[in-house]
Design a protein around this ligand. Sequence first.
Ligand code: PGA
Length: 257
Amino acid sequence: MIKKKKIIVGNWKMNVDILPEAKKLVSGVKKKTSKIRKTEVVFCPPFVYLQGIAGMMGRGSTAKWKLGVQNVSTEDVGSYTGEVSARQLKQFNTAYAIIGHSERRKMGETDEQINKKVLATLRAKISPILCVGEQVHDEDGAYLEVVKGQLTKALKGVAKNDILDCVVAYEPVWAIGATVAMNSHDIHEMTLYIKKCLRDIFGSFAGSVAVLYGGAVNPTNIEDIVRDGCVDGVLVGRDSLDVVNFSEIVRIVEEIK
Ligand code: PGA
């Protein structure tokens, strides 16, 4: 059986001020990761850079470097000032769209909107990277219900045929931007739990949906996070803005398997 590629997503957030800097970041990472075979790197820049860097990505589903976005409209077309549709994003060969990131949920994004965004993204043949994660990892385990609820609501109405095109990023909110990531044992447990939830909703085949971890991932902790092969990749914030650190994360993941 061909092993699935690990996915390393770089979420630039609202960083990088000018296009030349964006290009430099992409070309720097490409140069340092040119030999990857078992890993897929996804750059998620602000919308304004998509056109400028789209040509630097590979073509087709087996490309080493792919383009992603950090948000998408709930709608396909129409009078929605300031919004960008998945349909429009497709022209830049956008392969992925981060949806429901905790920073967007904090700005007021609801489960219903997240669900609509997932469906709009799938209609445009872009893979949603659905972010879920609890605010607090409480001792009573209430976080399990929180994550299950987020998954169930966000994936409502997704066809069985489409679920394998989805990616889930488990990002405990308290670990995002923190100095320390969640410990690898808990990451492993949550990854298995998310896969179980997906199987319960869609059937046993949904256990092969890619589940990533995000929150304070860096070159020092990446080995521990991916070593046992449970997570299918990582979502990186801060360190995706640093050519050396991001490339090092990719290198370590590539060498582990
Ligand atoms: P971080 O961000 O790597 O800076 O913790 C992760 C994220 O927000 O996805």
